[in-house]
Design a protein around this ligand. Sequence first.
Ligand SMILES: *[C@@H]1O[C@H](CO)[C@@H](O)[C@H](O)[C@H]1NC(C)=O
Ligand SMILES: *[C@@H]1O[C@H](CO)[C@@H](O)[C@H](O)[C@H]1NC(C)=O
Length: 370
Amino acid sequence: MAVQVSLRVLRVLVTLLSCYTHLGRVRATWWQMAVDSRLYSLSRAELYIIGAQPLCTTLAGLSSGQRKLCNLYQDHMSSVGIGARQGIEECQHQFRDRRWNCTTSDEDSVFGRIVNIGSREASFTYAIAAAGVVNAVSRACREGELTTCGCSRAKRPKDLNRDWLWGGCGDDVEYGYYFAREFVDAQEKEIIPTPGSQAHARQLMNMHNNEAGRKLTFSNARVACKCHGVSGSCSLKTCWQQLADFRTVGNLLKDKYDGANEVKLIKRGKRYRLDRRNPRFNVFTDEDLVYLNKSPDYCNADPTIGSLGTHGRECNKTGLGTDGCNLMCCGRGYNTFKREKVERCNCKFHWCCYVKCKRCRSIENVYVCK
Ligand SMILES: *[C@@H]1O[C@H](CO)[C@@H](O)[C@H](O)[C@H]1NC(C)=O
Ligand SMILES: *[C@@H]1O[C@H](CO)[C@@H](O)[C@H](O)[C@H]1NC(C)=O
């Protein structure tokens, strides 16, 4: 009896202790700029005036190096915030049908404690946030919103048709890439981990995935052209460099997530680097995602790791994919509800020129995980 009680006490202590260490390690990051409303509500000019007051000291989540960059490039900060937000929104789109759906929390770390695990999901969040910054900064350059960059100065592609003009104002993807590299990686570079430690491995993992997101955005920029000439003849074209649609980048990164490489820290000579855990798998490239730890199953709510669980999530009764009730509910089963659905229907074309629809109501079944 006494033994049983003390065992229970011990278990509670161990749980508390592990809670504490997990809680203690939630790291604030620059991702928080995504939720700083000042970066959206104020115009750039207003932000600049705030510069008299210390904007950079009041932005949450910045490391000391990022604060210095903020002071130097204050007009870039709304682009960084917009980029981070775009990244998060794209993450939520890509993962909407999955157990882990890229939920953000109010915590300092934005994605919550879940990214403390060096998982595939963490690798995606780092990559997409970094990609968002390349995207937003490159575009802001083209729009003339930043003082230190402008239209792309990329060289004329060699294979461009000789009759076409090169020189429309393009997205400055080179600038976006380099700025994002300085700013995003600053946070990682300031950590000086014990060589060979878990923290060292994680630092390299984060930097690799940041770079993967940036590179993928950079290398998918394309040439876009516009026709001129006698109406419709398209005898003359002007072409420029243009970022890929951010959804395209999101889709590509999602493919990288599906094929992410499990890695470990190894020592070659005096240097440590990440290498594939399974030598039978292909060597990974700069544009591939890497992770260190297996993912939790995300089935149950577990505050110690920041998992929200899938209780209460909607699922597809007949679906066989990740949103199917079987997978989504982790075998716990589901409850069925009825919900009214309102749709546009019986649309008619009226002369001239509009379409008029009716609103039809119907009852649909909704399946929700137990
Ligand atoms: C994402 O998951 C959380 C936790 O399970 C849930 O509360 C939220 O509604 C989900 N979001 C979407 C868009 O499905
Ligand atoms: C559920 O999955 C089936 C099969 O994949 C699909 O045809 C159907 O449209 C899905 N239903 C919903 C509500 O997404």
